[in-house]
Design a protein around this ligand. Structure first.
Ligand SMILES: CC(C)(COP(=O)(O)OP(=O)(O)OC[C@H]1O[C@@H](n2cnc3c(N)ncnc32)[C@H](O)[C@@H]1OP(=O)(O)O)[C@@H](O)C(=O)NCCC(=O)NCCS
Length: 166
């Protein structure tokens, strides 16, 4: 199956999207357009070659890590905050397309975009708040590390991204 990832567009239908998690379906169908217009998040949509249905998406926005986000492992120590970051605020794949590599493709797309932006604007980390331990395990396999005391909050350093081989 061949997928394309494109910037948010109303030309792709979102109404039948179902990833199995209602809040993620609702956000795509009811909030993504509004947040896009405000510039609050940027959403990218995945669709199959020649089909105008959304089968996956992610959204991201700028953020900063705080004193609560600590990890000796990746150099997040007390006293050196705030630290500029990009947050993947939503990520989901339609149930019919899960397990085919599309989730990984969306994360790689997000991280590649961050690396490009980080050449012009300071960004040290990419952060994600996983919905549950399953989702945290998914991000862990892709190279994200759990923060101390926050099993669902994971980060990766931007400088580490080009060294990852997916
Ligand atoms: C989590 C989700 C985005 C993964 O997308 P996907 O397309 O099914 O995942 P992929 O096929 O790209 O899998 C990539 C790798 O992660 C692994 N993986 C996928 N889902 C996983 C999970 N829930 N737990 C652990 N590992 C997982 C796969 O086995 C694969 O590893 P491999 O290459 O070694 O075989 C998708 O299942 C989903 O949308 N779930 C519902 C919504 C959700 O939980 N979103 C996360 C919000 S934080």
């Amino acid at each position: 199956m061949s997928y394309h990832i494109v910037p948010f567009t109303k030309a792709l239908s979102r109404s039948d999207f179902d990833c199995g998690k209602a809040p993620l379906n609702d956000w795509l169908q009811q909030q993504a357009g509004q947040q896009e217009r405000r510039g609050n998040t940027r959403t990218f949509l995945a669709h199959e070659d020649g089909r105008a249905l959304v089968v996956g998406y992610y959204a991201s926005s700028a953020t900063a890590l705080t004193e609560n986000d600590q990890s000796i492992e990746i150099g997040l120590r007390p006293g050196k905050y705030p630290r500029p970051a990009i947050r993947i605020v939503r990520l989901a794949v339609d149930k019919k397309h899960q397990g085919l590599g599309l989730g990984e493709m969306l994360v790689v797309h997000a991280l590649s975009s961050v690396v490009q932006v980080a050449e012009k604007v300071g960004i040290e980390f990419v952060i994600v708040d996983a919905l549950d331990l399953d989702a945290a395990a998914f991000y862990g396999r892709l190279g994200f590390s759990r923060l101390e005391d926050s099993p669902l909050r994971l980060v990766i350093t931007v400088k580490e991204v080009p060294r990852l081989a997916w």
